[in-house]
Design a protein around this ligand. Structure first.
Ligand code: TMP
Length: 225
């Protein structure tokens, strides 16, 4: 069985801390191989597009050019990395995916949810995650964390972090709206807790969803112990 999990949330919500912890947990506690990847980027060509998208030098990108670049990166990533890994029956853990476009470009930038969902469909050829975890945290706290990290790492990747507080509030509300509309695929995780508490909640949810999927497919649970 393959399984596709995406993690989403505002800047600084803790995805990059939680993903390696979840990978380690799944490798210890299930028999699956796990592939970790991210968007924008995730393949050599998509990583080149990531640089254009996140560079603070590219403030002049129009919303239309921006959305096509995200989708171009996604199309390449899905074809070269995600689909092959799913074919090999892996669990794919992806740091952001199509819902980021629906929320950041569709809702926060006002391009429209429907347009972005249609573009997502073209880029992914209809591939949809089995499970999407939204790490939900306070916007001011998340942004402060993210800006501190970018300064420490001295990265140029801050084009989106430099958007207004209102933009990031719209992003948070957008994610919560999507989660409300599809309770089957989305789970909202409280990311205002300690790293350990969030990790525990995530593992519990993922294991429960994996077991459900496995029993749908084969009738047998995937865990080792
Ligand atoms: P991250 O690697 O820190 O998550 O940065 C990716 C940035 O790109 C983040 O600000 C969210 C933004 N983004 C979009 O606006 N649309 C998208 O489709 C994706 C995948 C990311």
């Amino acid at each position: 069985m393959s399984y596709f999990i995406t993690l989403e949330g505002i800047e600084g919500c803790g995805k990059s801390t939680q993903i390696p912890l979840l990978k380690e947990y799944l490798e210890k506690n299930t028999s699956y191989k796990v592939l970790v990847t991210r968007e924008p980027g995730g393949s050599p060509i998509a990583d080149q597009i990531r640089k254009i998208l996140l560079s603070r030098k590219n403030k002049a990108l129009t919303p239309q050019a921006e959305v096509f670049l995200y989708e171009a990166s996604r199309a390449q990533h899905v074809a070269e990395v995600i689909k092959p890994a799913l074919k090999q029956k892996k669990i794919v853990l992806c740091d952001r995916f199509m819902d980021a476009t629906t929320v950041y470009q569709g809702i926060a930038r006002n391009l429209g949810e429907k347009l972005c969902k249609d573009l997502n469909h073209i880029a992914t050829k209809g591939l949809t995650p089995h499970l999407t975890l939204i790490l939900d945290c306070d916007v001011k706290i998340g942004l402060a964390r993210s800006r501190t990290r970018l300064q420490k790492e001295n990265k140029d990747e801050s084009r989106l972090e430099e958007e207004s507080l209102n933009f990031h509030k719209k992003v948070r509300e957008g994610y919560l709206k999507l989660a409300q509309e599809d309770k089957n695929r989305f789970r909202v995780m409280n990311a205002n807790q300690t790293i350990e508490a969030i990790h525990k909640d995530i593992c519990k949810e993922v294991l429960s969803c994996l077991r459900k999927q496995a029993s749908k497919n084969t009738g047998s649970p995937p865990s080792r112990g």
